[in-house]
Write a protein that binds this ligand. Structure first.
Ligand code: GLA
Length: 720
């Protein structure tokens, strides 16, 4: 995607790395430090002298290392076998080459004295405005070296009125948007959970270069670390300078690297938009679908998950009834959640059985075969829940393999969920085989299984590996993740068509380290449609709708106790990957009929939502009483528009919403996708309005959203 070498000033060599809308400029001259000059909107070779002349070039090390001239933040620190803690790297050579999905620039740097090689990579992806960077380190000594700091990316930024947008959360409130002006000092977005790395904060963020960011204008940098373990993103802000670094969190994780081994940092993905935050999101969504998500361009089925419908009370009859009812509503896939396994200790609560992945004969005498037969009879696909990295102290696996769990042998064992949950030690290759075997065993016996929800409801509790030697205990957090990656790679090599969902007590693993092996993620255990608008808004900044599982749940929501109309619940869930998480038996006939119509409507708009470009129109975080967003297909012939009444007072100002992303010259025919009464769709149904009017003037919402929890889901189709 446009790599070029340009001779810059003096003997320096400039490397211009470009995507369709962005460029990075690096100077890498053999024998000298590698220098970062520019990252921003796309420039051409002819613009490079202007970048220097204008003072825009940073001329700062592209990967600053610790030891000589130490003040300030650095990207890497190591100790050599003789105890020396300094690095002095200069460029050895630069390689540029194409790979399957893009182009790579590799800057090879060598220490001037020690046998230490560092390669810094920059990769562009075909057809994408996202580029990634990472480094690799070789230990060419005869003894181990220790890495104390190992950022994936280190970028100087221009100090202006910079604003940071990041996503903070809690169980049930993941990815809640925070937006703040950056002031002098350090701002850190970090995680130290060990396993669940996106419940509290997400490793993705935007930085506005010129004031409070908007959706459609202004220069915004977007970055995301592709790692599912502990991470550290740091903004080091001073009046006169501003550096951003992102990578694995090295706290209590200094890494002992054996001789003849290589350490590779995760990719840090970034884009630069001159179209505000919306431009960053659309670039990330496209990159995710085309290059990162597993099968990101395949449509996702509409599913019913059993969790909120029956919790642990799984049995053949109940599952069969759910499948039958869901299939009658037009559903495509049924997922049996927790509660189906364990014989010595049947899984009836969160306090036993994890690791004993045998079907519970007492609850399901016909086995998984019986469930698959039900699915076949009901013309629906079948999926299943697993939490394969885990065990309980009350489980056969713990009795048989007490050495497989993470623990500190001479100390009491800490436990998580149910007072008994413990984590398997994935640094151990035998445990890796076991975890792979959970999926492989199920799939070998039951190749009809179409979907797996892979959960993780525990953090690293006791820091100790019974497998790693004493001098490598500090590798545990990182080696766990590398072990998990190996398992997931094996699963994907053998089962490329299995649809997998990443879940961690809700939205605890929504990141680009996990997603290459998964088709989708569970956004949050909170299925309350009103709060979902905030959570899904946050998630939508970096993660595409096709992967965002969004389920219609019970009338009185199980997490918040809120009651909102079924239409509102559908209109929210239909803005992501639609599913249901409800007991169909508790729905009356009118609700079932409405659900059937909404499911049929979603099938019609599925490609628009799952693969369209997202335009966020009115933010719930702006408290205007209305939230609104839309998806538009690239040729602008079809779009889907959503609007939600967020609160309701008689004398309130209800705003007009202006659309975005349409073709001003096209006429769009509007269809109400989810009228409660088929004979009485909303007033806009059947009307034709130009893209120009819809975007420049918009739609007044006052009469359309005139009740508490009113909502709209509209399809727009360009007239031929
Ligand atoms: C986690 C998940 C839920 C459900 C339960 C089952 O909390 O987030 O969706 O699968 O586990 O125990």
């Amino acid at each position: 995607m446009g790599l070029s070498v340009v001779s810059g000033i003096s003997e320096a060599k400039d490397y211009l790395i470009s995507t369709p809308k962005t460029s990075m400029l690096i100077t890498a001259t053999p024998g000298e430090k590698s220098k970062f000059q520019y990252y921003g909107s796309r420039i051409e070779e002819a613009d490079i002298p202007g970048i220097y002349a204008s003072g825009l070039a940073f001329d700062k090390e592209s990967y600053p290392v610790f030891g000589l001239n130490t003040p300030g933040e650095k990207a890497m620190a190591v100790s050599h076998p003789d105890g020396n803690m300094t690095l002095d790297l200069v460029v050895d050579r630069v390689k540029q080459y194409s790979v399957d999905d893009g182009d790579v620039t590799e800057i090879v740097m060598k220490d001037q004295v020690y046998p230490f090689v560092l390669r810094q990579y920059f990769k562009t992806y075909s057809g994408s405005d996202v580029m990634t960077t990472w480094v690799e380190v070789d230990n060419d000594n005869k003894k181990p070296i220790t890495l104390y700091r190992f950022a994936s990316a280190f970028l100087p930024m221009r100090r202006n009125d910079n604003w940071l947008t990041h996503f903070h959360g809690f169980w049930g409130g993941e990815s809640t948007q925070e937006q703040e002006r950056l002031t002098n000092g350090q701002k850190v977005v970090a995680n130290k959970d060990g396993l669940v790395n996106t419940e509290s904060d997400n490793p993705s963020f935007m930085l506005s270069m010129d004031g409070e960011p908007t959706e459609d204008a202004g220069h915004v940098f977007g970055g995301a670390l592709a790692w599912t373990g502990n991470y550290l993103i740091k903004m080091d802000v001073h009046s006169t300078k501003f550096d951003m670094s992102a990578g694995i969190n090295e706290e209590t994780s200094h890494y002992v690297l054996d001789p003849k081994s290589t350490f590779r940092t995760p990719e840090f993905a970034m884009t630069y938009s001159t179209e505000g935050k919306g431009g960053v999101s659309r670039a990330f969504h496209r990159w995710a679908r085309d290059h990162k998500l597993h099968d990101g361009n395949k449509e996702h089925d509409i599913l019913l998950n059993s969790w909120e419908g029956v919790y642990f009370k799984v049995n053949q009859k109940g599952m069969d009834e759910m499948m039958q009812a869901f299939s009658a509503m037009g559903g495509e896939l049924f997922v049996m959640d927790d509660g189906w396994f364990g014989n010595k200790y049947p899984r009836n609560s969160g306090s036993s059985s994890l690791g004993d992945w045998e079907v519970c004969r007492e609850k399901l005498p016909e086995g998984i075969e019986g469930l698959i037969a039900s699915a076949r009879k009901n013309n629906i696909k079948f999926g299943i829940w697993i939490e394969p990295e885990m065990a309980n102290t009350k489980s056969e696996i713990f009795e048989k393999h007490p050495d497989w769990i993470m623990r500190v042998n001479n100390r009491p064992l800490s436990t998580g969920r149910g007072g008994t949950q413990i984590v398997l030690d994935l640094t151990n290759p035998k445990v890796q085989d076991f975890v792979f075997g959970v999926v492989d065993g199920l799939m070998t016996k039951h190749p009809e299984i179409a979907y797996m929800k892979w959960d993780d409801n525990c953090s690293v509790l006791d820091y100790g590996s019974q497998y790693l030697p004493a001098d490598k205990q500090s590798n545990l957090y990182i080696d766990y993740q590398l072990g998990l990656k190996k398992v997931l790679e094996r699963i994907r090599a053998k089962y490329p068509d299995l649809v997998m969902q990443a879940c961690a007590g809700g939205g605890g693993r929504v990141n680009y380290g996990m997603l290459p092996y998964f088709n989708e993620f569970w956004t949050s255990d909170n299925t309350d449609a009103l709060q979902r608008i905030y959570l899904q808004w946050g998630i939508s900044n970096f993660y595409p709708a096709v992967a965002m599982a969004s389920h219609v749940s019970a009338d009185k929501n199980h997490q918040t106790g809120r009651t909102v109309p079924l239409k509102f619940r559908f209109d929210v869930a239909m803005s992501g990957r639609l599913g249901m998480e409800i007991q169909p038996k508790d729905m009356n006939d009118a609700d079932k009929a409405f659900a059937s119509r909404a499911i049929a409507a979603y099938k019609g708009i599925r490609p628009v939502v799952q693969f369209g470009d997202l335009y966020r129109l009115m933010s719930p975080y702006d408290n205007k009483g209305v939230a609104s967003l839309m998806y538009v297909v690239p040729d602008k012939k079809r779009a889907v528009f959503y609007a939600y009444k967020m609160n309701h007072l008689i004398n309130m100002v209800v705003p007009t919403v202006r659309m975005n992303g349409l073709d001003p010259d096209k006429m769009y025919k509007i269809k109400d996708l989810t009228p409660v009464d088929e004979k009485r769709p909303c007033a806009l149904d059947g009307k034709t309005i130009s893209g120009k009017v819809l975007m420049n003037e918009g739609l007044p919402m006052a009469s359309l959203l005139n009740k508490e929890y009113s909502s709209l889901a509209l399809e727009l189709e360009a007239a031929e």
